[in-house]
Write a protein that binds this ligand. Sequence first.
Ligand code: DGL
Length: 263
Amino acid sequence: MTTTSPIGIFDSGVGGTTVWKEISKLLPNEQVIYLADSKNAPYGDKKPEEIVRLSIKNTEFLLKNSCKTIVVACNTATTAAIATLRQKYDIPFIGIEPAIKPAASLTDTNRVGVLATKGTLSSALFHQTANLHAKNIEIMEQRGDGLVELIESGETNSEKTFALLKNYIEPMLEKNIDCLVLGCTHYPYLIPQLKKILPPSVTIIDSGEAVARQTKHVLEKSNLLNTSGTKPINFCYTNYKIHLLQGFINKLELNTWVEFLEF
Ligand code: DGL
């Protein structure tokens, strides 16, 4: 492994591209290999053992491709599997968790909404983080059932998605939240719809930027930061519909061609 080895990023599907975008802004010299396990999405309703199995499979592929570090760009896989991955493999792993800490320091109403998958909200890690950083804050948890499936089918803008989101958000607004934490990497694609539902007094917070900063920090600490200055060629694989992932990649201007891969 050298400084010019790629960063591996995986997610249950297209959502991790929102994290990749932040990494590409902060670390433009780094080559990325992105893996979208869309065939198995959503992870959020699966048993933790199954999420661990899928996360190991994704990791093995990225390691075979000489990745120097792996970003688990999925809140659900982080909560269920990152401890196992860190134990099993000898490279640094960077995970993603709902941004409760920044929300807790930003809120004036002391009420924060968290929209995330069933897997994330029911995990021990989520509750540990909430207890640690938001003891005096009331957290309104809301499962985003069905949202990942809609985004995976390209329906970020549809009326169906809007109606579902409204259903999820309105009860939190009634409770007077002033921060909404997006606890799933797919959800930033819903920000345009969310802005139509939320009053301007509610701040939307996601963790993509923080993960990019953490990735840089980890690479620096391990002497693995690419300082070569060459423009990298990225690779992006999906085991489902290429055109869907390609649409999201184009939207974020990640300039990478998506290839189909059976895995
Ligand atoms: N992007 C994943 C996350 O951050 C989605 C999980 C799922 O597939 O349900 O949680």
